[in-house]
Design a protein around this ligand. Structure first.
Ligand code: HEM
Length: 527
């Protein structure tokens, strides 16, 4: 009899050990070191019950865990906050000090934790973004970086200028628009053109929703698939049994698989046609990422690696740059003196600022944009005040190690609270205000409130160390090229005056994007 029930008894014993005793021991270990777990711990459900109650009652404006931390631990929370994400213990890093170790002194032990990768694995596959820092990852990173070398970047910047000009012509016809949706569309086109070439910047694919199949833009499909992948974390059966992350059997999950496959099939067909063209002509044509990787030894014969990297480049690049431009436009509309200062800078450097677009885009090149100092400060301040990625994906250290007074266990899940680190009041003067001057070394805002230099890891929109964003330079060039075209001869104003004092929060990880309507106003030819 006992033999029959033995597997069941062992399974129950495993779950009791895994979901209760092991977690409880870990909580005690960190509590003894002074870490608080404001979400509490309910066996099997971790901190979710409190978190979900908080979401229902407070309708958080941004990533719920961040608002929850501020609600329970105040606006300057301790260095670490403990949370139980289902059965997984997770330490959220709220301050810059441990990052000195993570990104600099002990960087070789810094790695990705499998949790986020498993959650969105279906959508992004085994790409550089969530992969462990192993030899293959390093090789892939090197190949992708070479696709972003200066000469290649020049070509991508040319593409972005054209698309920005075409988009402005369309927007002028509309007069009034939802800046969140429209900028996202523009950046999707831009990044797709950079990944697949201009002729493939706006393809349509089939997309299934609530049982119905429709045609949507490839960019929208990928974006929505990533969002739905992240949302899976809150499906009850996955909360209870994260072991099932790899199985897609609910109706919602099956639709996700269908939609992901449509996007992948499109890329597969593109790879096939590029290879056929190569077979016919003996050369590849184009400066897009896919064409570059097709000529790279590591990638050229591995379709799934090619697909995963193209999808990741798009996923990592489109929404993040769109968020930075949109938030920048909103802050300019709110702070018109700063806008004036920026226009004066652009006017003093660009002869054709405010004049014909075709002359302006000829003038905008990689050298001239190096001189846009105030524009760079505005870019950084937009990334500081509302970082597009508010919280990192799951990370870990590969050895037990002491960081800022706490001994972190090897393999423990860590999340970096980028938003909080950008708002700590001992690092940032008037931390809730939009002040681009804080990045200007000659300004009084450059220092901390105590008058000392800011810590190098207090500004981390691209995180840092060996896992620093690969598209960092690309993003800065994109911003500094597109924004002058957008602002030349026109300004953006809110249609809703309430946004002058409180704009809706906007970041790249939001499931539901806000709607922010703006009016395009033509201004004097010299601006
Ligand atoms: C303002 C724009 C951008 C911001 C704020 C940003 C931010 C970030 C952040 C925070 C990470 C770490 C993500 C994590 O926690 O796992 C990251 C990684 C990455 N980003 Fe970006 N990103 C931006 C634009 C781009 C662009 C345009 C590209 C592509 C051209 C790109 C490609 C990547 C890649 C490939 C990684 C993975 C790097 C690795 O782990 O080896 N990013 N980015």
């Amino acid at each position: 009899m006992i033999i029959i029930y033995l597997p069941l008894i062992l399974l129950i014993a495993y779950f009791v050990w895994d979901r209760y005793i092991r977690v409880k021991l870990r909580i005690n270990y960190y509590e003894k070191q002074g870490i608080q777990f404001p979400g509490g711990f309910v066996p099997f459900f971790g901190s979710y019950p409190k978190l979900i109650k908080f979401i229902e009652e407070h309708k958080p404006k941004q990533y719920p865990i961040i608002d929850f931390i501020n609600h329970t631990q105040g606006s300057n929370p301790p260095t670490y906050t403990g949370m139980l994400i289902a059965r997984q213990l997770c330490l959220i890093i709220n301050r810059h000090e441990p990052l000195q170790d993570l990104f600099i002194t002990k960087n070789k032990y810094f790695d990705k934790h499998p949790n986020t990768g498993q959650l969105v694995g279906k959508t992004l596959g085994d790409s550089t973004l969530f992969q462990k820092s192993n030899e293959l990852w390093a090789k892939k990173r090197k190949s992708i970086s070479s696709s972003l070398y200066k000469q290649k970047l020049v070509q991508m910047v040319e593409t972005m200028k054209d698309i920005a000009c075409e988009t402005m012509a369309e927007w002028e016809k509309q007069g009034e628009l939802d800046i969140v949706a429209e900028t996202a569309n523009m950046m999707m086109k831009n990044i797709l053109a950079c990944v697949f070439g201009r002729q493939n910047e706006n393809p349509q694919v089939q997309y299934k929703e609530n049982g119905e199949i429709k045609q949507v833009k490839l960019g929208q499909s990928i974006q929505s698939n990533i969002g739905k992948g992240i949302e899976r974390e809150f499906q009850l059966h996955l909360t209870l049994f994260p072991e099932l992350y790899h199985f897609y059997f609910t109706k919602q999950d099956k639709e996700l698989v269908f939609n992901v496959d449509q996007g992948k099939d499109y890329i597969k067909a593109l790879i096939k046609s590029k290879r056929e063209q190569f077979a016919r002509t003996g050369k590849y044509e184009g400066d897009d990422l896919l064409t570059i990787l097709l000529q790279d030894e590591l990638f050229q014969n591995d379709d799934s690696m090619l697909i995963d990297e193209c999808l990741t480049f798009f996923a990592a690049g489109a929404q993040t740059t769109a968020v930075s431009i949109t938030n920048f436009l909103c802050y300019m509309a709110q702070n018109q003196q700063q806008e004036e200062k920026l226009r004066n800078e652009l006017k003093s450097i660009l002869k054709f600022f405010g004049k014909e677009n075709k002359d302006l885009i000829n003038e905008l090149n990689m050298e001239i944009i190096e001189d846009f100092n105030y524009l760079k400060y505005c870019f950084y301040e937009s990334l500081r005040i509302e970082p597009p990625i508010v919280v990192s994906s799951s990370c870990q250290v590969n050895e037990d190690m002491e960081m800022s007074g706490v001994t972190i266990k090897k393999d423990e899940m860590l999340l970096i609270n980028i938003h909080q680190i950008h708002h700590n009041s001992d690092q940032w003067v008037e931390n809730e205000q939009y002040i681009p001057e804080r990045f200007d070394p000659s300004s009084k805002y450059y220092l901390t409130p105590a008058g000392t230099p800011r810590h190098p890891t207090s500004f981390i929109p691209f995180i840092g160390g060996k896992r620093v964003c690969l598209g960092k330079t690309f993003a800065e060039y994109a911003f500094k090229t597109i924004v002058p075209i957008m602002m030349s001869g026109r300004r953006f104003r809110f249609t809703n005056d309430e946004h002058l004092t409180s704009k809706p929060h906007y970041d790249a990880l939001m499931f539901k994007k806000p709607e922010i309507r703006m009016r395009l106003e033509k201004i004097s030819k010299s601006y």
